[in-house]
Design a protein around this ligand. Sequence first.
Ligand SMILES: [Zn+2]
Length: 112
Amino acid sequence: MFCPTCGTPAPETAAQCPSCGGPLLTGAPKIVVVHALRSPGLAAVLSFFWCGLGQIYNGQIAKGIMMMIAYAISAFMMYLLIGFITTPILWIWGIIDAYREADRFNREAEIG
Ligand SMILES: [Zn+2]
C-alpha cells in the first residue's frame, strides 16, 4: 500500500507511514453488517392501531394477514355477540405477540 499523504510505499500491516508518520488505511474497509433491528415498542403500537400490522412489521406477512382476517371476522361476529369476547382477545394477543416477536428477532440478530 501507499501512504495517502506522501505516497511512500508502506508495509500492509503498518498503521503509520514510515516516512511522514501519517495514518494509513489498514487493508480494505471492513464491511460493517448492520442488522435492521426491530423496535418491539413500535411493533406493539402498530398492532394496537391495526391488528396484524405489528406482525407484518416483524416480517411475518402471512401471520399478519391471517390476524387481520381473523380480526375482521371477529369484529363481524360482534353482531352475534361472541365477537365482543374474541375481538379484544385477538387485539391484545396481537399487541403482545408483535412485541415479543420483535424482541426475539433482535436477540437472534445480536447472536448473529
Ligand atoms: Zn507518508
